[in-house]
Design a protein around this ligand. Structure first.
Ligand code: HEM
Length: 318
């Protein structure tokens, strides 16, 4: 378990050196520094929410928020871009990050996106790919170099890029399906561990816009839509847990498990109202409570320090 290091979830180990700083620098290079904003998923909107677990996860995990007692949560929906001013239509992948408040006063986070897999297998690949994208955009990568870069990471990135290509503009943050991608382990009262992944699905179903309809929307239509929607209703997301089987990789975020894996719905998240972003909000996906363990996925572990570094930089700029 990674300890949050503070009530706000600031990783104690956050530091500005080595690969962590290189990764955050590489992201900054993509669209410049936007002081005070997250280095990725810069644009977002927060809601207050209540999570009501249905007890079906209890035989598999002792995690306090997955028993039968409801808990409060903060949800942040976001566009994936590093630029907080970019129009919603221009950043195709969307994020949904949920911070649960546990009965003992601690927190845990589940961070999802609208893609089922990630494009990099390791932190080193991540840095390499982000730097190549930057050089290609800036016109500093010769065609042969670009081909070399693409083929070096082709196998790991392929599934993610294909999924990205298929993404349609969402009609609403509240009508999108979010995948938390990494493997975690449920740990039961006897200490048995089972590999699991998490997904959020809207109970009213997923709805997309045609490109033509989306292009007629205002730049920030997803935030506007959510604000209006929450005046009239309380959108609900189901939390599903998917159980991995023996040969399913648990350390590879670029690899999806087969569709037929056992899946159970373990609770509902009710969005209640739009709120200003709470001070110190940090959605570190490596902060887990007793009853959930991190897999050995290197990207999951790396996100702990990368998010801490981004948090440190944006806080200092405030
Ligand atoms: C090497 C891998 C990754 C790096 C370096 C990275 C980097 C970052 C950074 C720097 C932030 C801003 C953190 C902050 O200031 O609070 C961020 C936010 C975010 N990332 Fe990643 N990320 C990685 C992988 C992923 C993956 C696999 C997902 C998909 C589940 C993801 C989804 C998100 C979302 C949804 C947010 C917004 C969280 C919020 O609303 O606070 N990231 N990422």
């Amino acid at each position: 378990m990674k300890d949050s290091g503070s009530p706000g979830g600031i990783p104690a180990a956050a530091g500005g050196s080595g690969l962590t700083a290189q990764a955050v620098d590489a992201i900054e290079d993509l669209s410049g520094v936007h002081p005070g904003y997250r280095r990725a998923h810069a644009k977002g909107i927060c809601c207050r929410a209540v999570f009501r677990p249905n007890g079906l996860a209890a035989p598999f995990t002792t995690a306090a928020h997955l028993q039968e007692q409801e808990v409060e949560a903060v949800v942040r929906f976001s566009g994936s871009s590093t630029d907080p001013a970019l129009a919603d239509l221009l950043s195709p992948a969307k994020g949904m990050a949920v911070q649960f408040s546990l009965p003992d006063g601690s927190i845990t986070n589940l961070v999802g996106v609208t893609l089922p897999v990630f494009f990099a297998r390791t932190p080193e690949s991540f840095v390499d790919i982000v730097r190549s994208v930057h050089r290609a955009r800036a016109g500093n990568l010769r065609p042969l170099e670009l081909v070399k870069e693409i083929s070096a990471h082709f196998t790991e990135s392929k599934a993610s890029f294909l999924a990205l290509k298929k993404l349609q503009p969402p009609a609403s943050y509240a009508e999108s399906h979010y995948y938390c991608i990494h493997t975690y382990f449920f740990v039961d009262a006897e200490g048995n561990k089972r590999p699991v992944k998490f997904e959020w699905t809207p109970v009213t179903g997923v709805r997309a816009l045609s490109l033509e309809d989306a292009s007629q929307q205002p730049d920030h239509y997803l935030e506007d839509e959510l604000v209006l929607r929450l005046q009239d209703e309380s959108p609900v997301f189901q939390l599903a847990v998917i159980f991995g089987e023996e040969d399913d990789p648990t350390d590879d975020p670029t690899h999806a498990w087969p569709d037929e894996r056992r899946r159970i719905e373990i609770g509902n998240l009710h969005l209640t109202e739009i709120v200003d972003e709470p001070d110190g909000l940090l959605m570190d996906p490596a902060v887990v409570p007793a009853g959930i363990a991190l897999s050995e996925d290197p990207i999951l572990h790396f996100r702990h320090s990368a998010y801490g570094e981004s948090f440190r930089r944006r806080r200092e700029e405030h």
